[in-house]
Design a protein around this ligand. Sequence first.
Ligand SMILES: NC(=O)c1ccc[n+]([C@@H]2O[C@H](COP(=O)([O-])OP(=O)(O)OC[C@H]3O[C@@H](n4cnc5c(N)ncnc54)[C@H](O)[C@@H]3O)[C@@H](O)[C@H]2O)c1
Ligand SMILES: O=c1ccn([C@@H]2O[C@H](COP(=O)(O)OP(=O)(O)O[C@H]3O[C@H](CO)[C@@H](O)[C@H](O)[C@H]3O)[C@@H](O)[C@H]2O)c(=O)[nH]1
Length: 457
Amino acid sequence: MKRIAVIGTGYVGLVTGTCFADLGNRVICLDIDAEKIERLKQGIIPIYEPGLEEMVRRNIQAGRLTFTTSYEEAIPNSDIVFIAVGTPEGVDGEADLKYVEMAAKSIAEVMDHPIIIVNKSTVPVGTGDWVADIVNRHKKNDVPFWVVSNPEFLREGNAIQDFLNPDRVVLGSTDREAAEQVAQLYLPLRAPIMVTDLRTAEMIKYASNAFLATRISFINEIASICEKLGADVKEVAIGMGYDKRIGHHFLDAGVGYGGSCFPKDVKALAHMAALHGCHPQLLRAVMEINRDKRREVVQKLRDLLDDLNGKTIGLLGLAFKPNTDDMREAPSVEIAHLCRREGAYVKGYDPVAKETARKALPWMEQAADPYELAKGCDAIVILTEWNEFKHLDLKRIRELMRQPIIVDGRNIYEPEQMAELGFVYRGMGRGYNGRRKTEHDERPSNTRPAPATTPTE
Ligand SMILES: NC(=O)c1ccc[n+]([C@@H]2O[C@H](COP(=O)([O-])OP(=O)(O)OC[C@H]3O[C@@H](n4cnc5c(N)ncnc54)[C@H](O)[C@@H]3O)[C@@H](O)[C@H]2O)c1
Ligand SMILES: O=c1ccn([C@@H]2O[C@H](COP(=O)(O)OP(=O)(O)O[C@H]3O[C@H](CO)[C@@H](O)[C@H](O)[C@H]3O)[C@@H](O)[C@H]2O)c(=O)[nH]1
């Protein structure tokens, strides 16, 4: 049993604190948001994360998990302190470290015995040394401390599973003993534990996110090429994925990546690189392709509706991905704004991201269910692949719409099936512009492209 403090009770902090408590440690979670802490004390969690509320309540009841807003209460009673505050995008694309700085200062001011400070936030390479410097400058008592970098790799919507079954645990430190103390916490998870220096650990996090984002932009570029050449990107990805060196993960083409991590982390890595004289052209292309995908969805609507002015567009799915209510950098936000700017009436539906969507898109009407959304729509755009959208009564949806047009930004339906149901359907990179020729297809069918060869004559 260790005495742990976790600073920041967002997705990462709350999951980290709760899981460590569940593993038998005594954990105190701290946040500067007093309202959040008040609710957490009652076992009410501020985010949608499957299984988390029940786990929080269980550990509060067992007396292993407590919440506070007071550094004076949390730090003197803990031996290992995790920093899990936000590191949002700064004005130039850099990671904004103001919350990390605040947390480091606050820890330093009340530290009265030797502690290990573990940084779990995603921070630029070199931040560990900077944190050590801040703590040294602000500590009131002459006590030793050690800084360890322990980047987190969990995904929202699957956070508990990911935390408890990590592919690896990365620990970076200048002090092997400190890293080993933190490693003890993870031993029950039986995961590979890798100990590196501080900077390498910080870089592993950025490089991992950038690589995953690159896979997404890669397959999205392939999707654009498929669309022009008449291939189906879904099958292409499956065919590629059978190669063990490639694998099936993170090859779902669509409207691109969103969320609180990939957009800001790729940008921050590119910023870091450029600042140090590198030319991060691959990272820049990854971001550009991702931005273009959102615009491509709107272009598909323009192609199908001629003009968005006066049309009603329904956004099916608002969260940046399923199983979360997180709207940070969700493609739905930009697409809603783009459609509205062209004069469309935009409404939306998401099974979970309702309150968060209200905050992100306060002007947008929200429907109570997919059928209400469909009423009077000139087109529906699918932006989150919630399971419930895979089993809709599509015949009813079509009857409720003013025009039976679907742009499937997540490729959850099959073009042939949609054509049979009487929809004008466009996927992302699906065959002939997402449209195999069928008797229901009222558009000209002379779009089959020529073979992609260079003329020899
Ligand atoms: N969200 C994810 O899935 C995920 C996964 C891996 C890594 N990360 C990284 O982890 C970090 C945290 O991300 P998140 O999504 O949990 O953030 P979040 O925005 O959900 O939560 C951050 C919390 O920190 C609190 N906070 C800010 N300053 C504070 C301070 N000085 N003292 C105490 N609390 C303070 C805020 O009130 C907030 O509750 C980021 O660096 C992020 O990049 C996030
Ligand atoms: O094949 C794919 C896979 C994902 N996405 C999109 O990519 C975004 C991110 O998805 P995912 O990685 O599942 O969600 P996050 O919760 O943002 O998790 C990422 O970001 C976290 C924060 O750094 C890391 O900890 C995780 O390892 C990393 O997967 C979402 O918009 C998805 O729709 C695709 O478009 N195609």
